[in-house]
Ligand binder design. Structure first.
Ligand code: SAM
Length: 214
């Protein structure tokens, strides 16, 4: 099957690739993913946001948004985001993956890499425009709720937080559900949580969260 799906943003389609029905965006390949002409598969096993879309979560994405992406790593997911979004700011604090991230930015004029610590938003506030439509966060580090709260300042009042919470990053020993409850409670004062979904089909002990500023 090839075609548009109402729950997917413009620029993201399900297409048949190598005999499988795959989520795809249109852009230069970055990580050896299968391609079909201009289209390239978006591997949900390598992308929490891809997993959220595969699971049919209502992300509110429609395409063309201004995006702040925290925890860009080597650019796997954020390269797909930049394929369908507008200006996309990619924050990553580890210099090593940023080398690959720069390669993903090279052919994408709307993708801006920032070698910055997401716990210190004041260090990139002069670059990232205010009123972003979407804040995507996949930092997999302790204090994931705090990072989302600290970066709320960049989000429009009707914007969306698309957050992947990794239980083990908060506490390796605790039960994932207990960790998720704590993270959601910490978000509570700043965000209204619209939807949560375990991402286990693609990412063990991760929770996908869609939220909007209060
Ligand atoms: C799970 S990986 C992200 C994978 C990436 N989002 C993707 O799907 O392609 C988490 C990344 O967050 C980064 N990270 C963790 N804490 C961070 C922080 N405070 N500021 C910026 N990046 C951070 C790590 O260096 C790591 O590259």
């Amino acid at each position: 099957m090839t075609g548009t799906d109402a729950s997917l943003p413009d620029g993201v389609e399900r297409r048949e690739l190598d005999g499988d029905d795959r989520l795809c965006t249109r852009g230069p390949p970055e990580y050896g993913e299968p391609t079909d002409g201009e289209w390239r598969a978006w591997d949900a096993r390598r992308s929490k946001l891809g997993g959220m879309l595969e699971l049919g979560m209502d992300t509110g994405l429609s395409g063309g948004e201004t995006v702040l992406y925290l925890g860009a790593a080597n650019g796997t997911t954020v390269s797909h985001v930049a394929d369908f979004a507008g200006p996309t700011y990619a924050v990553e604090f580890s210099p090593r993956p940023v080398r690959d991230l720069l390669d993903a930015c090279e052919p994408r004029s709307n993708l801006f890499p920032l070698l910055k610590d997401a716990r210190r938003p004041e260090t990139y506030a002069h670059v990232v425009e205010a009123g972003c439509d979407v804040l995507v966060q996949d930092v997999a580090t302790r204090g994931q709720a705090d990072v989302a709260v600290e970066n709320r300042r960049f989000l429009a009042d009707d914007g969306r937080l698309l957050l992947a919470v990794k239980a083990r990053s908060e506490d390796v020993a605790a039960a994932p559900d207990a960790v998720f409850d704590d993270v959601l409670a910490d978000l509570e004062s700043t965000y209204e949580v619209l939807e949560t979904r375990p991402l286990d089909r693609f990412h063990e002990d991760h929770l996908g969260v869609v939220a909007t500023p209060r």
